[in-house]
Design a protein around this ligand. Sequence first.
Ligand code: ATP
Length: 356
Amino acid sequence: MNWDDTTDGAAAERLVDTAADREDQAVEAALRPKDLGEFIGQEKVREQLDLVLRAARARGATADHVLLSGAPGLGKTTLSMIIAAEMGAPIRITSGPAIQHAGDLAAILSSLQEGEVLFLDEIHRMSRPAEEMLYMAMEDFRVDVIVGKGPGATAIPLELPPFTLVGATTRAGLLPPPLRDRFGFTAHMEFYEPRELQRVVHRSAALLDVEIDPSGAAEIAGRSRGTPRIANRLLRRVRDYAQVKADGLITEDIAAAALAVYEVDERGLDRLDRGVLEALLKLFGGGPVGLSTLAVAVGEERETVEEVAEPFLVREGLLARTPRGRVATPAAWNHLGLTPPQRPATGNGQQDLFGA
Ligand SMILES: Nc1ncnc2c1ncn2[C@@H]1O[C@H](COP(=O)(O)OP(=O)(O)OP(=O)(O)O)[C@@H](O)[C@H]1O
C-alpha cells in the first residue's frame, strides 16, 4: 500500500515489484472485489472468514479482530474492505508507520463509530507505546490516555465503542505474541495458483473493458509471480501493446510479445532476476559464490540482490542460499537454456543440489 516506502533503489522501476505504485493506486480501487463471492482464490481463508462474519452478524455483534498475513499485493487491503462491507460497517484505513505515538492511536480509536472496521496495515511497524495501548483497546475497548509528564502524569480512562481491528502484516511471526494472541481469527494468505490468477486477469480485463482470450489471460497469469497486483499491472501494459501494435485483442502471442518488450519472461523473471542468475551460471559455474561477489558481478548493491531479486528466485527453486554461498539449482540451468559443467564428485554444496 505504502509505495513511498519502496520507491528507492532498483525495486522502484520494476514491473514485477509487489508494492503498489501511483498508477496501481489509481486503478486498484476500481478492480477490488467488493464481497467474498467476488474474491478469487484463498479458498480456506474465504470459507473461514465467511463463517466468522456470518456468526457475528447472526449474533448482532461486532466481528472478532482479524489478522491477515501474507506478501504484499495478495489482497489484504481488499479483504479488510470486504469484511467491512459484509458487516455493513464503515472502514478506517491507516498503517503502523503512520502511528508513531500512542496519542496518534488514541485519536483514531476515540473517533471510531460502533462496529467500525479499523484496518491497520503493516501493524508490525507500529511504535511500542502505541502497540501497548492497542492491547487494552482490543481486549476491553478502553484506553488510558496519559495526561501530563513525570510524577504529575495521570491516566484518564476512555471507553471505546466495540470495533473490529483488521491487522495486516507480511509475516505474523514479526508480531509480539501478546498482540498476536488478541486476534480472534488469523488468516495466512498464500501466493495464487496460475489458474486463479487467470481468473483475476479475466475479471480485471472485463472491468477495464479490455478484450482478452483465455490463452492471453493464461500467458499473463503465468508471468505474474503468484500475485494479483502484478497480474493487474502486467495486464495494463499488455493492453497498451495490444492497442498500439494490434487490434486491441489480447491473445497468447500478443501477451508474450508485449511482456518480452518489458523483459518479463515466461516464468515472471525480469532483467534483474535474470542478470543475477546469468552471472551465477556463466561467471561462477553455478556457484557457490558469495553474495558480495555476485552483487559486484551484476553491478548492483548487495541489498538489492539479497532483498529484491533473491526471494523470488529462492521461492521458484532457481537459487539456493547455502553456508558456502549462493548456488544455482538444476532448474536455473534449465530455465536459461544452459548446460551445467561436469564436476568431479568431491561432494560440496553444489553437488548436493545436483543429486551427486
Ligand atoms: N483474490 C483477489 N481477487 C481479485 N483481485 C484481487 C484479489 N486479491 C487482490 N486483488 C487485486 O490485487 C490488487 C492488490 O490487492 P491489495 O491492495 O488488497 O493487496 P495487499 O495485500 O493489501 O497489498 P499491500 O500489502 O501492498 O497493501 C487490488 O487491485 C485487488 O483488486
